[in-house]
Design a protein. Structure first.
Length: 125
């Protein structure tokens, strides 16, 4: 029996193509998950946004979503929640420390001068 028969070449080529397709698929999914891996170190909300963009890019084959997710993963977004929580806590403390305003009568409105009496100026002569 011949070791290099045509059938063995076809089998070897089929195995090579199968391994190449699997290898390229693994590489594709590793690169595709790159924005999520980069965003994993940051805030949870940012990670979730990037994960949604990556899934949209995967299912729609629209690479703009993947690029947007990659850019979001690289650009650090400022922390808005900490100052807002501090402001809210301070406002709660201010509101708790003050007593409700008593029912004071409002001051009487000041009546304007009549329009036909213009103010006169005195000049030294």
């Amino acid at each position: 029996m011949n070791v290099c028969s045509p059938a063995s070449g076809v089998v070897a080529a089929a195995i090579f193509v199968l391994l190449a397709v699997i290898g390229i698929g693994i590489l594709y999914f590793k690169i595709h998950a790159l924005p999520e891996q980069l965003a994993h170190r940051g805030e949870k909300i940012l990670f979730e946004i990037i994960a949604v963009l990556a899934l949209l890019a995967l299912f729609t084959n629209n690479h703009a979503y993947w690029v947007a997710g990659l850019l979001l993963a690289f650009v650090p977004l400022p922390d808005f929640t900490t100052p807002l929580k501090s402001i809210a806590r301070s406002l709660e403390q201010i509101a708790a420390s003050k007593e409700p305003a008593s029912q004071k009568p409002s001051p009487a409105p000041v009546e304007p001068l009549p329009a036909d009496d213009p103010p006169t100026e005195q000049r030294g002569a």
